[in-house]
Design a protein around this ligand. Sequence first.
Ligand code: HPA
Ligand code: ZN
Length: 333
Amino acid sequence: MNINELIKKIPKAELHLHIEGSFEPELMFEIAERNKVEIPYKSVEEVRQAYNFHNLQSFLDIYYAGASVLLKEEDFYDMTMAYLKRCQEDHVVHTEIFFDPQTHTDRGVSFEVAFEGIRKALKDGEKNFGITSEIIMCFLRHLSQEEAFKTLEMAKPFKDSIIGVGLDSSEVGHPPEKFKDVFTEATKQGYLTVAHAGEEGPAEYIWQALDLLKIERIDHGVRALEDDKLMDLIIKEQIPLTVCPLSNLKLCVVNDLKDHNLKTMLDKGVCVTINSDDPAYFGGYMNQNFVETAEALNLSGEDIVKLAKNSFEASFMEEGLKESWIKKCDQLL
Ligand code: HPA
Ligand code: ZN
């Protein structure tokens, strides 16, 4: 089997996907019209042309503007369902999606409207496509910890449907330590925790996320390689990294996919996974991330199988299910 066929066939779990980042321009136009909201673009092509980013912030400005057309439960449902259809095409059998409540509550859309639209689509995705899923609620790190506490409070009625909390948005200048208390409280309430760290921020932020926020997984984490002691810990404890190659390329974290350190980390024994982050903005869903990375880094069939197995290993799936998917991955080699 050639590499691209293997990528297509192998079951995969996605662990780093912002649902608002799966919002394609075509659907954005449709919903804007339906909701009678103005968007500052004349056509889908013009929107895509605006997707030329030079760092994380230049992307976030456009990403938050895009999300502003989402007003009703059905809007969140349609966006999530469109993503699940892409999962089915790419043989993503399990997904743990991020959702940014504050992006919606801060502009007057209730937690419930956004959450219910997403949750109902995920439920239908399981029923119709057999895709299992979880929801991780992220705090926006450019806002205060007090605001994060308010979000945690708002989530109370929906707690049983939220597996964990995460931390996203502008990294530099907003270190994990800023959110220590709210993560401690979330853990006490039974949430699992993850955090974006070491995307644009230094390895020090990864230390803080591990030591202070006690996270289970590091989102991105590509700058861990700058710190040998940190690498030793990540390998010894098998702390997963949810890496997003096309995102790193689009946001200029790397200048060329050939310079990406994913293969180096894989060879060192790090539990790295491949994910799409914000696929509508970064030019590719799961399989496109695999295909382009495999080509740029000359990944072998064994590497692909290892990456797929890591995605299940690093997931919050129940152990028995995890094992059965891992077995299915091994059978493809
Ligand atoms: N990094 C930080 N915040 C984000 C991202 C990302 O890649 N995508 C959506 N919010
Ligand atoms: Zn992300």
